[in-house]
Design a protein around this ligand. Sequence first.
Ligand SMILES: [Zn+2]
Length: 284
Amino acid sequence: MNRTFSRRRDRLLVYQTMREGKITSARRVKCSQCGEESANLEWDRDMQVCPKCGFHAPMDAYYRLSNILDPGSFQELEDKLSPADPLAFPGYPAKLAKLEEETGLKDAAVSALGKVDGRRAVFVVLDSRFLMGSMGTAVGEKVARAAEWADKKKLPLIIFSASGGARMQEGIFSLMQMAKTAAAIQRFQSRGGLYISCFTHPTTGGVTASFASLGDIMLSEPGALIGFAGPRVIEQTIKEQLPEGFQRAEYLLEHGFLDQIVPRKEWRAVLARLLALHEKGGRP
Ligand SMILES: [Zn+2]
């Protein structure tokens, strides 16, 4: 067993123990939305949601999976897939190595096979700690392979997005991932596969403009910023003031882009229900 794998497994165990309330900490964490401080334990109890204002703080990929999957059902896919440096971008390899050391991730996405309430699905979760969850060649490849894997195994595909968009350091090769992931998802859907897209705060740029917006069912966490370009860029381009709450999940639900807003504590129950309904319906 290599070191990275055991670190990941340990992490899942730690989170499961936290969930059961066995780990305590006196550390206080300040909310980036309301500025109020709460005990670290309260943040953990509420799955990284601010106990004071309900802000859904970014959550790391393994922690999210450990809160959704049935214990013991996590099986990581493509964990050897590493990012490339096709443009020989200055400082990029060193940055990747540092982030791998800090996060235990090889890139910004984790893909896995897992069960929710006994039903199997293929998952991809983006992690914003790794270069803002940006999509380079490895992230794009993981999404595409997850869609292929889900198709081969006749399983639903569930993707949690959290991304700043395409990855600058891989230039045009990042932009190509938009077409690649969109094509892989389309092929999967055209063969009867169910794809549930789950937005988290923030999801922007090339990820919103490709696979994240292609779900058969579109869900989001409350308050998530979802968009392509930022509001300031849009205002400057169209020379109009944008409506209040523009690009927030609640606004997008009202305007038909999303099907439902799911508070963090309800993800497991909502996904379990959707998977059960899908199983009843069968596949063509
Ligand atoms: Zn807060």
